[in-house]
Design a protein around this ligand. Structure first.
Ligand code: GAP
Length: 457
């Protein structure tokens, strides 16, 4: 199975991705100098650019391409009643068991059933405790007193910030059903098992869109959003044979869901959830009506002031999990030349140019004879339109490899001919093809290349 996965997955393994991410400044362990903090990661210079671009692509898709979706940025700290209404205080739990002997802690649904039945630790064979429910919400206190009245939660999903604002948005922005509200932000879960790098963490980011529809039209909208989310990943250039749907069975459905499908991605460790599309019915708004005493009904002014509590179709993607997916999807190792020496392998991240942290690197062939100055001039111009890098250190072949490993789709090299005739070399990351382009045409050419980009491997 492992072999089959590796062949299917290409060259990526979690070890290679984690090590490249650190080496090139995508992702660092949080508080590394103190031995690291479990479940938390820091995004370095390349990582924050990649994360921002993934967030930007999603935000554009939701709020720019769709006329009927608007954005929101709600607070992480919400009134604690929110989480009673949403059902998280009561239901947002994982089943937990401990080993009495080796003290290892497991999620009961993640260990073999025979171990659970025999209460036998899968690691040391020691006796397991009874299964108990463990609430995943982080609790803290607001204000100076640490009593029950001051308890406040770090939000475990961004969705609730949207629900409590839905009437504000209808009123302020004159939205009519069907319409959506999109939000990107941090969420926190006290996960029992945090492994596989940034896949499952305690602090993470979500990109969630809640689409408010008339009851009865929810099944249709649910299917529509499934289609749109699938098409989105295709446009992003993701390997589509590494994506599949997984429908939640009755024992997997969240307490609020009528139907739910995950988009799973084939990560190096296997098929795992990337995003969920959920039909949350009118559960949340009904509960907020009950708990807040405020009327959450929609009044359909185009239809004799008909009143109803809308159904909600939710698309919920992990932003940080998307970063991991894009890194795995882009990762490749390739034998590139017939030189027969150590240099003829390269590691390359085949990011879509619209997601790459650096779009174009400018490289003078030599530092001397005015080439560096000319290259810096060209970079200054390109900076206006693209994320750029500049590198004048070392042999040009090594500089190309460094950019390949950072996923930079285009390199512009300035040589002696550039001084004579104003042309530069444009080198393409994926094919490694090089062409000469007048420097005056570079910006337009790069724009076109980004627009027309098709992944070749
Ligand atoms: N509002 C619905 C909701 O939160 P979910 O399936 O629990 O649904 C949605 O989470 C997405 O958030 C997941 O598909 C995943 O991408 C991401 N996610 C959830 N828990 C995560 C964690 N501990 N670390 C990183 N990403 C997580």
């Amino acid at each position: 199975m492992a072999e089959q996965l590796n062949e299917y997955q290409g060259k990526a393994t979690m070890e290679k991705i984690t090590s490249l991410a650190k080496r090139r400044g995508f992702v660092f362990q949080s508080s590394e100098i103190y031995g690291g903090q479990n479940g938390a990661w820091d995004y370095g210079p390349l990582g924050i650019e990649l994360k921002n671009r993934i967030a930007g692509a999603w935000w554009k898709e939701m709020t720019q391409i769709n006329d009927d979706i608007v954005g929101l940025d709600a607070a992480i700290l919400m009134h604690p009643r929110t989480w009673e209404a949403s059902g998280h205080v009561e239901n947002f739990t994982d089943p937990l068991v401990d080993c009495k002997k080796c003290k290892a802690r497991f999620r009961a649904d993640m260990i073999p059933e025979e171990n659970l039945a025999a209460k036998k630790c899968p690691e040391c064979g020691g006796e397991l405790t009874d299964t108990r429910k463990f609430n995943l919400m982080f609790k803290t206190h607001i204000g100076p007193a640490e009593d029950t009245a001051s308890i406040i939660y770090l939000r475990p999903e961004t969705a609730q910030g949207i629900y409590v604002n839905y009437k504000n948005i209808i009123q302020s922005n004159r939205m009519k059903i069907p319409f959506g509200i999109a939000q990107i932000g941090k969420a926190f879960r006290n996960e029992i098992v945090t492994k596989n790098f940034i896949f499952r963490t305690c602090e993470f980011e979500q990109m969630e869109m809640q689409f408010f529809v008339k009851p009865g039209s929810d099944d249709e909208w649910f299917n529509e959003w499934k289609k749109r989310r699938w098409a989105y990943y295709d446009r992003l250039g993701v390997k589509m044979d590494h994506l599949r749907w997984h429908q939640h069975g009755p024992d997997e459905l969240a307490h609020y869901a009528k139907d739910a499908y995950d988009i799973q991605y084939l990560f190096p460790m296997g098929w795992r959830e990337l995003e969920g599309v959920h039909n949350r019915t009118n559960y949340d708004l009904t509960r907020h009506t009950q708990f807040s005493g405020k009327d959450m009904q929609y009044i359909d002014q185009d239809n004799n002031n008909e009143r109803y509590i809308p159904y909600i179709i939710e698309t919920s993607a992990g932003l940080t999990r998307n970063v991991l997916m894009i890194l795995c999807d882009a990762y490749d190792e390739e034998q590139v030349a017939d030189k027969g020496n150590d240099d003829d392998w390269r590691t390359v991240l085949r990011f879509h140019p619209s997601l790459a942290p650096v779009t174009v690197a400018v490289l003078p062939l030599m530092k001397k004879d005015g080439l560096a100055e000319l290259a810096l001039d060209i970079r200054r111009e390109l900076k206006e339109d693209f994320a750029t890098d500049y590198d004048q250190a070392g042999a040009i072949g090594r500089r190309y490899r460094r950019q390949d490993e950072a996923g930079t789709p285009f390199c512009v090299t300035i040589d002696y001919q550039s001084k004579d005739d104003g042309t530069v070399t444009l080198r393409f990351r994926d094919s490694m093809e090089q062409i000469r382009v007048p420097k005056s045409e570079l910006t337009a050419r790069l724009r076109q290349e980004i627009k027309d980009y098709k992944r070749i491997k």
